[in-house]
Ligand binder design. Sequence first.
Ligand SMILES: [Fe+2]
Ligand SMILES: [Fe+2]
Length: 174
Amino acid sequence: MITNLEQFYFDQVNDLYSAETQLLGILPEMAENATCPELREAFKNHLQETRTHCERLNIIRDRQGISNQTEDCEAMRGLIAEARKYLTQTIPGGLRDAVLIAAGNRIEHYEIAGYGATKAFANCLGYGEDANLLGETLKEEGAADAAITKIATGGIFHSGVNEAASHTTEPVLV
Ligand SMILES: [Fe+2]
Ligand SMILES: [Fe+2]
């Protein structure tokens, strides 16, 4: 049972940690699968940042004495499973990049929601240093989302996506 905000906050910190560690597994795959060099770079950069996100959560867990219980973030597991499903249904190129952008945006928005709420809880509980660390990560999640969106709106969908779809007999996104 969770009976107070502090317990819920600790639970959320562990949940974020689970989400971040799951991302350490998928982000290299996302980078490898990207054809657009900017998209590939965006995922690589965010992989580096994600390592820092894990470190920040560990600082908070150490400071607060939060047990390292393995909390499994089921929502992130679902987002990753869905991304992998679409990767198996497309071939490399513009269309697969569209798949990666859709997955990346979903993942970043999920993290933004999680860090936003958890930072607010930290502030409510008077844990200002935790809130600062969570805020740093929140900024980077927002920047990662913006970077992906910028690539998506920069013409990637006008070059290659429909061509790839019409010239292949491989299964494509339906
Ligand atoms: Fe993150
Ligand atoms: Fe992220």
